[in-house]
Each structure stands twice: as C-alpha cells, then as structure tokens.
Design a protein around this ligand. Structure first.
Ligand SMILES: Cc1cc2nc3c(=O)[nH]c(=O)nc-3n(C[C@H](O)[C@H](O)[C@H](O)COP(=O)(O)OP(=O)(O)OC[C@H]3O[C@@H](n4cnc5c(N)ncnc54)[C@H](O)[C@@H]3O)c2cc1C
Length: 397
C-alpha cells in the first residue's frame, strides 16, 4: 500500500487501493459491472453454464466464485417484538443515527465492538453491549506498531504457538490488565481459540462508563429489551452485529461438497472433484486476509495454465485436492461455533498456499523451457530446410 497511507487506512483509501490494484493487473478492463449472476451449472467437459440476472446464458471454461462471506445477515431468534429502529451491521454505514439515542449492540465480534465505540463517539445517550461470552481483547498497537505486524513478525521468527500466546497475553495484561478490572466478562477459552478481537477503545469506554456490557438478550419488549440477568433496558436503536450466513444462492448446494457447515474444499479454495470450480475468499484468517486473496488468485491462474498445457503439477494438485489433507490451524483449536467454520491461521494458510504456487510455478517454468527448446529446435530445423531449399533453388536457376 502507498507509504503515505496511515497504518489503519480509511475505507475510501481501501477503495482507492483496490482500484489501483485492479488497474495494475489490467483486471478493471475485464470486469462487467452491474452484471449479477443468477445461476451457475456444470456443463460437459468441465465447462460451466452461467445465467445472468438479465436472462443471458454464457458458457465458461472455469468459474471462480468470489461472492464474499460477510453479506448475508444472521439474526438471533429472540422472542417478542421490538418497536424501535433495528438493523444488522451489514447495513451499517454512518454513526450519526446514534446521536442522542439509547443504543444496544448485540454481538461482540470486531463489527459489534467497533459499532459500540462509534455510538459513544457519535454522542449516544446510552450504549449497551450484549456479549455472549468474554473475549481476549487485543490492543491495536503494541510497542507502537499495529498488532498484526507484531503477530506476523512472531510467525517469521517461527515462534511456537505457546510463546506467541504468552507474548500476546503479556501485551494485553500490560496495556489493559484483566477483563474483570475493566468491567468486562472474563474469556472462557484460550487466546486465539476465537477470532481475534482488536479494539483499544472498547475497554477504555467501558471503564469510563460510556459502554455498559450486558449478558445475552432473552426477549424483546416493545421499546425495551430483557437480558439473561433479569435486567430490562429501554432502547431506541438495536444493532444486530450477529454475523453472517455463508450462502451461494446461484449454486446448487450439492455442488460445493458441504461438510461441517462449510463447503468442503482443499485450502477452502479448490474443489476436490471439479477442476474448474474455485471459491476464492472463503477464509477467515486470524490476521489480514487481503494479501492471501492475491496468492489464492495466483494459485488458481497457475493451476488452470498447468491443466491447459498438461504439466505434471496439475496432476500433483489434483491428487492433493482429492485427499484434502492440510493443516490450517497451526495447532490452534478453534471454538466450535459456526462463526469459526472458516477460521484459518494466517501463517499456516500462507505456507500451504505458497507451496502450491511454488510447485506449479516450478513445473510451468520447466514446461516453458521445454516448449521454448522445442520451438528453437523447430525453428533451427526450419531454417536448415530453408537454406537447403534456397541452395536447391539457386542450383536450378
Ligand atoms: C467489518 C469488516 C472489517 C474487515 N477488516 C478487514 C481488514 O482489516 N483486513 C482484511 O484483510 N480483511 C478485512 N475484512 C475482510 C474483508 O471484507 C475481506 O478481506 C475482503 O472484502 C474479501 O474480499 P472478497 O472479494 O472475497 O469479498 P467481498 O469484498 O465481499 O466482494 C464480493 C463481491 O461479489 C459480488 N457478488 C456477490 N454475489 C454476486 C452475484 N451473484 N453476481 C455478481 N457479483 C456478486 C459483490 O457485489 C461483491 O462486489 C473485513 C470485513 C469486515 C466485514
């Protein structure tokens, strides 16, 4: 990213970056905007029939599904009715609607915590935050550096999980002490077993009394909400920061080999059977995701090229993806909630993906050399024939 960007860029800068990325690789010229896909079905010979929302049908040699996994809102099943303003974090845009209101945020993932903090900053009258459990809350900066950079540094040094865990726990303890001190519930799991929560301001605002942590919501009562500790609070705005369902409305569910609540894919990317169907972006790493998507795209492109020219690495990957044997958690035992069905440990995932890319690149380079050598030999033979032909021609004339 450009050096002048701050360490945590604004969303407008992210958009600018993504546009520059697409232009750099010439992808922008190939995107057909405002062209929703309605259906994708297998055809013969590994081809796919794609039906667009406007009814047009097209045939493609390969399909990369990249529809994102943070768009289809998941709601808790709560008894009763709420008469105030309610919406899911998926449709949250600006915080001004919180000004002067009593706000309840349900869910303490990164979105829920960010929105609760936004509500305080926007001048909400009260902010309640319902948390199902206690979480380890990492500060955004450790030793003046973004926490994900420190984590990556620890991975580069090959520090074992126990040491990474201890270092992160020490950092949390030095910066904000225990959750109990801050008035937040204590975690019921070990650090890294749930998706990392990075938020320096949540404990700060809880300690200032600006955010009031609450347990589970048990019922909606018109202009109020009831909690599992028996308390009842009047609420004007209710935000469901309760996560997303992983759905692919344009694909028959049998096509994605679903198992344990998620598509059963090698590296969450390659279909074990279909060689020309991929799902990119279907991962939830415990640190930055976007750079992994770059490597996923590279792996897909190389595999398709290897298939096309019959390189042996294509068979190698075919065999590998059928077996589906990969370890993507670096020994971390993730919480079994549906929220963690796509969780991968960033370092392990990157290593596995890089291995696939390297193997394909190595083989394709060898294939390229072979083809170039054959071409050179062909052109040598050809020039030999040509000079013989010229000599023959001159002897005749
Ligand atoms: C609050 C929040 C904060 C995040 N912060 C970070 C972060 O700091 N760092 C990071 O690396 N990641 C972060 N992520 C994750 C980030 O969203 C992903 O890394 C990234 O957006 C995934 O890109 P994607 O292309 O897979 O999916 P998306 O960005 O969701 O894009 C999917 C695209 O597919 C299109 N689409 C869907 N269905 C169809 C259809 N039927 N036909 C045609 N088009 C369709 C959609 O319109 C959309 O343009 C964050 C996510 C959230 C929700």
């Amino acid at each position: 990213m450009p050096d002048e960007y701050p360490e945590y860029p604004h969303h407008s800068q992210m958009l600018e970056y993504l546009r520059a990325y697409a232009a750099h690789f010439g992808v922008d010229r190939r995107i057909e905007y405002r062209t929703p896909v309605e259906r994708i079905e297998p055809a013969s010979d590994n081809d796919w029939i794609v039906t667009l929302a406007r009814g047009e049908k097209r045939c493609y040699g390969a399909v990369v599904v990249a529809n994102g996994h943070n768009w289809d809102p998941k709601y808790p099943n709560l008894p009763g009715e709420f008469h105030g303003q309610a919406f899911h974090s998926a449709s949250y845009r600006t915080p001004d609607l919180f000004t002067g209101k009593r706000v309840l945020v349900i869910g303490a993932g990164n979105s829920g915590c960010d929105i609760a903090v936004d509500a305080v900053k926007a001048g909400a009258r009260r902010v309640f935050h319902s948390m199902r459990r206690g979480y380890h809350i990492l500060p955004k900066f450790i030793m003046g550096r973004p926490v994900d950079q420190i984590y990556s540094q620890m991975l580069k040094l090959h520090l074992p999980l126990a040491v990474r865990r201890m270092a992160a726990k020490l950092a949390i303890w030095l910066v904000q002490g225990s959750n109990r001190n801050a008035g937040l519930p204590e975690p019921d799991h070990r650090l890294f077993e749930t998706h990392p929560l990075v938020n320096q301001l949540l404990p700060y605002f809880v300690r200032h009394g600006s955010i009031e942590p609450k347990p589970d919501v048990t019922g909606l009562e018109g202009d109020a909400v009831r909690f599992s500790d028996g308390s009842r609070k009047k609420v004007d705005v209710l935000v469901y920061a309760t996560g997303y369902r992983h759905t692919f409305p344009f694909l028959d569910s049998t096509l994605l080999n679903w198992e344990n609540g998620r598509p059963g894919l090698h590296l969450n990317l390659f279909h074990p059977e279909y060689d020309t169907l991929f799902v990119a972006g279907l991962i939830q790493p415990n640190s930055g995701e976007i750079f992994l998507l770059h490597w996923q795209s590279r792996a897909i492109a190389l595999f398709l090229r290897a298939l096309e020219c019959g390189a042996p690495a294509a068979d190698w990957l075919r065999e590998r993806k059928r077996k589906m044997e990969t370890e993507l958690s670096s020994g971390i035992r993730y919480s079994e909630s549906p929220r963690h069905s796509l969780e991968v440990e960033q370092g392990s995932y990157y290593r596995e993906l890089k291995q696939v890319v390297k193997e394909l690149e190595k083989d394709l380079e060898a294939e390229d050399h072979k083809v170039q050598k054959e071409l050179a030999m062909d052109s040598g033979l050809l020039s030999g024939y040509r000079s013989k032909f010229r000599k023959k021609l001159s002897s005749l004339t």
